[in-house]
Design a protein around this ligand. Structure first.
Ligand SMILES: C[S@@+](CC[C@H](N)C(=O)[O-])C[C@H]1O[C@@H](n2cnc3c(N)ncnc32)[C@H](O)[C@@H]1O
Length: 207
């Protein structure tokens, strides 16, 4: 993020479908489950396959709107280009298409070339290169979010990645997958938690 000024920013095209507040029903479910993750300290979250950063920054927004502070989000992707866009943090209207006027005014600054999330959100997120197929997973997270990534893996690769993702969740923590990826997780040692139209997975305490 460093020395880049708002004058030099341009909205960088990236993973075309990613956007802020994607799968809103899942984020609402997560909002209601946040108290169940609270162990008295900051929450540690991992957004795996974060693309240009809209997903981890949406998590940051949700956590701040819930009145939390001090939470940290690790955001990883295997694409250096996506991480470059994430670190530049300047987004076009299409990426903000689900953000209403109130949130736009609260959480984004217009730069002339696009929209820049406020520092309060950006500072919660650390970006890192990480390949879900080959790199050892980080661990100890209260929440792991990996959506619309495993759809690009073959069946065996997706199952290996799911094992790694769940191993990154602390016992009792939550794993959030994309709606179409959820059926892949049937055999994981995790309990489905259904809220509204969304299902998250809670890692079993004995797993
Ligand atoms: C469709 S985007 C999803 C972005 C975001 N999770 C969302 O739901 O909006 C898929 C992302 O997964 C990343 N990806 C693909 N294969 C990966 C791998 N093996 N390890 C980590 N990230 C990967 C791509 O670079 C891309 O940024």
């Amino acid at each position: 993020m460093g020395a880049m000024t708002t004058e030099t920013l341009t909205a960088i095209p990236s993973c075309g479908e990613t956007c802020f507040l994607r799968h809103g029903e899942q984020l609402e479910a997560l909002r209601s489950l946040l108290p169940s993750l609270d162990q008295g300290g900051p929450l540690l979250c991992w957004s795996a396959g974060c693309a240009s950063g809209a997903e981890p920054l949406s998590l940051a927004m949700l956590l701040r709107e819930a009145g939390r502070s001090g939470d940290r989000i690790l955001a990883t992707d295997s694409s250096a280009a996506e991480l470059g866009a994430a670190r530049a943090a300047c987004y076009g209207d299409w990426t903000l298409r689900r953000v209403d006027e109130g949130r736009r005014a609260r959480w984004f600054l217009p730069t002339g070339a696009g929209w820049r999330p406020v520092a309060e959100l950006r500072e919660m997120v650390e970006y890192r290169l990480h390949d879900l197929r080959s790199d050892p997973p980080p661990w100890g997270f209260d929440l792991v979010v990996c959506r619309n990534v495993l759809i690009y893996f073959d069946g065996a690769g997706a199952l290996r990645a799911l094992d790694r993702l769940l191993s990154a969740v602390r016992p009792g923590g939550l794993l959030l997958l994309g709606p179409v990826e959820l059926p892949l997780a049937r055999s994981l040692p995790a309990e489905p938690v259904r809220v509204g139209g969304a299902t998250l997975l809670r890692r079993r305490l004995d797993a």
